[in-house]
Structures are given as C-alpha cells and as structure tokens.
Design a protein around this ligand. Structure first.
Ligand code: NAD
Length: 499
C-alpha cells in the first residue's frame, strides 16, 4: 500500500507520528494508500519554516508572485487529466466531474494572475493642506487552509492561490480522506517557481487542526467542511485572535413554479441532485414544486430520468452518471436517513438502498433515491444528507415556498425555475441565501465574483475567492503623511478636521 507524506520545505516528508489513516478507492472499497496524521511537533516545525520563508515571499513584488500563478495555471492545464484521475480515484466522482473539480479551482488561479491590480491600496492627494492619505494591503504572514473531501482540487486551490499570491505562506491541511491531489498541486507549485516553505501541506486529523487553531504564528484560518466543525473552528480561531472564514454545510432548495419549463427543471434536478452522488455543497437536495398539478407533472418527469441513471466507478466510461459515496460509514448514514424518511411518513418513490454493482460488491455505492410528500419536520428535510437523495416538499403557493427556504437553517445556494421575470426578481431580492440561480440549478459564481453562503452555511466575514479573498488574506494599513517644507504653524493640540 502506498504511504503518503507531508509536503514541507518543497519536499515530500514521511510522517513520524506512527499514526496513519487508510485512504480508499470508494468504487472498490479497497484501501489504496495510508496517509500520515501529523503530530504537533511536525506541525510546529512546518509553521516555523513557513514563517521564515514568508518574509522573502511577502517582500517579492506582486507581479513576480503573479507570474508563479501564471506558470502554475499552465501546469495545471498540462496535467489536467492526471489531476482529474487523482481526484476521482480517491473521491469516486466521474472523470468529467473530476476535471470540473480541477477546472473550477484553476479559474481561481487565473484570477490570481491579475492579483496586483486587486492588491493596490487607495490614495487621496491633498486630504488636508499638504497632507496625503494612502492605504496599502499587506500580507498577514502565515495562514492556514483546512479543506473537505468533496472537492480535493478545487477547494485547496481556492485557499492556496489567493493566500499565496497576496504574499502569505500557507499551511494547507487537506481532507485526510482525499489527500493526494493537494500533494500533487504542491509539487506543481514548486515547479511553477514557488519558493520552498511558502506552501506546506500537513496531513492529519483533529489533533493537527486544533494545533493550527492554537498556534500563535498562524494569523488566519480559511475552513470549508461541515457546519458543526465550521462553527467549532470559527469559535476557537476567533478566541485565539485569528481571522476566520468557515464555510459549512447546506440544504439547497429549488422552487419550480407552475409556469416553469418542467423538462428543463427535471433535467436540472437530476444533475444538481445526483451529480457527484449528491456530495456537493451546492447540490439541490430539495425540490419545491408550487401547486399540486406542478408537483404531479414534475414527479412524472423525474421518475424515468432517475430510473435511467447509471451508477458506477470512475473507470466505467462515459455513460456513468455518478459514482460511489466517500466511505462505508457515509453509505450507512445515508441509508439510515432514507429509512428514517420512510418511518416518518415520506413517500419513498424510488429506493436506492442495497444497491450492488457486479464486480464492485465492496464499493460504497448508493442508488438514486427519490422522496415525494416530505414535510419540514422530517430528518430527511432537516439534515444535510450529502448523498444521491432528492426530496420533494410540495407547497401551494410561491410565498409558502419562499418561506420554507427562508426558515431553513442553511443558506448556501438556491434556485427558482419560472418563466416570470417578476417572480424571479422578487425571489432573488428577498431570499436569505448567498447564491441564487434563476433557471440555473447550481449557481456557483465564476471566480471573478465570490462564493459564500448565509446563515449556518458560513461563519465569519468575507467570501471565498475573487476580491473578497484578497481582502481576507491581507490587512490594511493607512498612512497620513505631511512634509513640513513650507508649514511652520507649530503644535496643534485639538483633534483637527482637515480644513
Ligand atoms: P468535515 O467537516 O468532516 O471535514 C472538513 C475538514 O475538517 C477536514 O479537513 C477534516 O480533517 C477536519 N475535521 C473533521 N472533523 C474535525 C474535528 N472534530 N475537529 C477539527 N477538524 C476536523 O467535512 P467533509 O465531510 O470533509 O466535507 C463535507 C462537508 O463540507 C459538507 O457538509 C459540505 O456541505 C461541506 N462543504 C461546504 C462547502 C462550502 O463552501 N460551504 C464546500 C464544500 C463542502
């Protein structure tokens, strides 16, 4: 079995803790590698080296830092298929989806190529007589990124590219369930010209995460993962005086209005509900058709589409729609939630439990499942299932559908399907969710906008990527400057306006 490493000072370094966790190919259920779980001593050594490397990197001119991003982007493109396969092998998603994972991360690297423009400060000439005011954005120092399993390329790239191009050094702690892609990206960044020590990849679990949160050198923590952990990390990082932006889980709804194109809405629900086995924080897991007639017609369109879905390994060719879920425990949890839906009275129209695939009997597959007539009090509605399960909650009118979303604890993404621009506009304006799709099912903004949910989908300030990310990874210093050549007024003791 392959023994994975950490990445410290530009090299692969074996773990010394003696603690490892198995990394699986979820399609076969086979352990394919073991990842070392770092000790606090290993973490501290990596942080100390990062602190040293950051001094020179932070003083490197922004355009040179951006050039590393340019080369890095070119290398990611060159290695796209290899990276996608690394993603798919440990995560289980199809190869086209693996490529999408890399691509949406690459797009953030591309925006970071233009970072100097976004890192400029402000200047006010003659803010007072002979007085100029200017601000500058300076790197924070050493920062950390802690990332989830479900986008092994994209989310590490969302963290490392803005942090590094802003002049910081980064400690990246990828998911211990899918660690190989981050290690490969670190190799490519070195090849792109990043000095050693500026990116350290430390593998580990709670022990190393807590070490990051308590370490005094680390100035900021960018986290993505489940809501309970996001809330925990936000609290502990903030208590220790760090900046923290912690993105959590989701329960994304799509309203389907009576005037919507129902074929398009059904297609969108299939892609957004079952793509990547439902393991996307922007997956649509709740369909909210408005009116019984809309709900009945939508159901008729969904059933054959769901029954036609092909579930299989990433090596299964182009006709595989989605792959396994991440672990056996995850499969059991999802199947347990499906059972709870039945017990609590939802109508299980299609049951994906007990799914088996010849030749992959030990894989962590869950067949597509479809509930109709679910209600808000049920666990299948309240909890983030993070699996290939679509739930329908029927509502009689638009206002009730909107209120359902407004009252949900999560606020990551949402969508509306309608032919009525006025309804769509009202929805986009009033809904208390961070990312909204109008006739668009997974509204992940492009990389020159910014990504972030509301309510329990995000804790802290500022969003991921785009100009917000560069603000998060820099601090502002403002200078008020005066030169005394012609001004000999003497001391002024009052708190003066600049007249
Ligand atoms: P997770 O919370 O289990 O793990 C995320 C990270 O936290 C990992 O690096 C893990 O090692 C670490 N971690 C786990 N338990 C910890 C603990 N007790 N103490 C300290 N650190 C701990 O999340 P996951 O299962 O890897 O990812 C899936 C979740 O991420 C879903 O809830 C999904 O919605 C969410 N997600 C959110 C976004 C977003 O931008 N809002 C994006 C992708 C995924």
């Amino acid at each position: 079995m392959q023994e994975l490493t950490h990445w410290i000072n530009g090299q692969h370094v074996k773990g010394t803790s003696g603690r490892f966790q198995d990394v699986f190919n979820p399609a076969t259920g086979e352990a394919i590698a073991k990842v070392p779980l770092a000790t606090l001593d290993e973490l501290t050594a990596a942080i100390d080296a990062a602190e040293e490397a950051q001094v020179k990197w932070g003083a490197t001119n922004p355009q040179r830092r951006a050039r590393v991003m340019m080369k890095f982007g070119a290398l990611i493109n060159e290695h796209m298929d290899e990276l996608a396969e690394l993603v798919s092998k440990e995560h289980g998603k199809t190869l086209p989806d693996g490529r999408g994972d890399v691509q949406r991360g690459l797009e953030v690297v591309e925006v970071c190529m233009g970072a100097p423009h976004m890192l400029k400060g402000e200047f006010m000439d003659s803010a007072g007589p002979g007085i100029d005011l200017y601000s500058m954005r300076q790197a924070l120092g050493v920062v950390a990124g802690i990332t989830p399993f479900n986008f092994p390329a994209m989310i590490p790239l969302w963290k490392m590219a803005p942090a590094i191009v802003s002049g910081n050094a980064m400690i990246l702690k990828p998911s211990e369930r899918c660690p190989s892609t981050a290690l490969r990206l670190a190799e490519l960044l070195k090849e792109a010209g990043l000095p050693d020590g500026v990116l350290q990849v430390i593998n580990g679990d709670k022990e190393v995460v807590d070490g990051i949160l308590d370490n005094e050198t680390i100035q900021a923590v960018g986290f993505v993962g489940s809501t309970p952990i996001a809330q925990y990390i936000y609290g502990r990082a903030a208590t220790n005086g760090k900046r923290a932006q912690c993105f959590g889980g989701a329960k994304n709804h799509m309203i389907i209005m009576p005037d919507a194109d129902l074929d398009k809405a059904a297609d969108a629900l299939i892609g957004a509900g079952f793509g990547a086995a439902g393991e996307r924080c922007m997956a649509i897991s709740v369909a909210v058709p408005v009116g019984q007639e809309t709900a009945d017609k939508l159901r008729e369109k969904l059933i054959p589409r769901i029954e036609a879905l092909k579930v299989g390994p990433y090596t299964g060719g182009d006709d595989v729609d989605y792959g396994p879920v991440i672990t056996e425990a995850s499969k059991n949890r999802i199947e347990g939630l499906i059972a709870s839906g039945v017990d609590q009275g939802a109508e299980l129209v299609i049951d994906g439990r007990g799914f088996e695939l010849q030749g992959y009997e030990n894989g962590f597959f869950v067949g597509p499942s479809y509930f109709d007539n679910a209600t808000e009090d049920m666990d299948i509605y309240q909890e983030e299932i993070f699996g290939p399960v679509l739930t329908t909650v029927r509502k009689d009118n638009y206002e009730d559908a909107l209120q359902l979303i407004m009252k949900n604890q999560y606020g990551n993404g949402t969508a509306i399907y309608t032919a009525d621009g006025d309804v769509a506009r009202d929805f986009a304006s009033r809904v208390n969710v961070g990312m909204v799709g109008v006739n668009f099912p997974i509204p992940v903004p492009l990389s020159y906008f910014t990504f972030g949910g509301w309510k329990k989908s995000a804790f802290g300030d500022l969003n991921q990527y785009g100009p917000d990310a560069l603000r998060f990874y820099t601090k502002t210093k403002t200078v008020t400057a005066r030169w005394f050549s012609g001004i000999k007024d003497g001391a002024a003791l009052n708190f003066k306006a600049m007249d």
